[in-house]
Design a binder for this molecule. Structure first.
Ligand SMILES: [Ca+2]
Length: 292
């Protein structure tokens, strides 16, 4: 059984919720085991709303972690409060362990291989590999990092929110890409931007937590699919089978500007994906998962 730790910003955008739904449904179908959810942006209703969502998926036992210091990304939360108020939940920000401690604890306790799927900010993973113990755990236990981040459309050069949002994300991204000891697959901004999923045609029930989130976000006609595409890519486990080719090499991020760049190298440990199918096909697949 594959084992997954999911990192999410669960911040202003509703595509994290679409991604979390697919990750949860894959867990329930026995396609992988979701070991924990590490939330890397912190606002007033962060954990109550993630918890409400996990309750609605019947997966309220899955451990959550929170980067309590991650309050500086700005932005307006669009759906957290309504979700926390209208759906049952019991976990709180204060009662939730540090995301870094959760990741470390899972890596210590679980047999490998474990995969990271990251659809948010990079500072928790960067923090994890900043200690010798954390680096050793990742070397020993983590087989792959799947990551929604970067903009690779201009020959691997660009700028995207997860890397570039703030000083914290920029420095963390630079550190992570320079020092991460294993293989990383990136799905960039350009891949998910025009793939619109999760709208009315998905046919979600009016009491569905995900529908509440999309409506609160103002995305009743659907939203770009960066995060759910990353989940489906990770779930397939093979870019070619998931509808992508890849470019292999070494990615880096400028710690001052957050801009990403890429040096092609057949022996590189990094790769970014390029779509091989029409956008509607990826959207249809996501919508099927969201309604499953
Ligand atoms: Ca995200």
């Amino acid at each position: 059984m594959r084992k997954i730790i999911l990192g999410t910003d669960w911040w202003t955008d509703c595509d994290d919720a679409a991604a979390l739904r697919i990750a949860c449904r894959a867990h329930k179908k026995g396609l992988w085991q979701l070991l924990g959810v590490s939330v890397n942006a912190c606002m007033g209703y962060t954990i109550p709303s993630v918890d409400a969502f996990m309750v609605s998926e019947d997966l309220w036992r899955i451990p959550l972690g929170l980067d309590h210091k991650a309050t500086g990304f700005g932005g307006k939360p669009s759906y957290q409060k309504s979700l926390a108020i209208h759906f049952s939940n019991s976990r709180t920000n204060d009662g939730t362990p540090e995301a870094l401690d959760l990741c470390r604890q899972i890596l210590e306790q679980e047999e490998g291989p474990i995969e990271f799927v990251e659809i948010g900010y990079p500072q928790v993973l960067a923090g994890l590999i900043s200690s010798e113990e954390g680096m050793e755990l990742v070397r020993r236990k983590v087989s792959h990092l799947w990551m929604m981040a970067g903009n690779w459309e201009n020959d691997g050069r660009g700028r995207e929110n997860n890397f570039a949002r703030s000083d914290v994300s920029r420095r963390a991204a630079a550190h992570l890409l320079k020092n991460y000891p294993g293989d990383i697959t990136f799905l960039g901004w350009e891949v998910g931007s025009d793939v619109i999923s999760g709208g009315h045609e998905t046919g979600l029930d009016s009491r569905d937590a995900l529908r509440t989130i999309f409506e609160a976000h103002g995305s009743v006609n659907g939203r770009s699919s960066w995060d759910p595409m990353t989940i489906l890519l990770a779930l397939e486990g093979c870019p070619e089978r998931a509808g992508y080719t890849t470019v292999r090499g070494w990615a880096s991020v400028d710690p001052e500007t957050g801009e990403n760049s890429f040096i092609r190298d057949e022996n590189g440990r990094h790769r970014y994906v390029v779509k091989t199918r029409p956008d509607a096909q990826y959207a249809d697949e996501i919508n099927r998962w969201l309604a499953s």
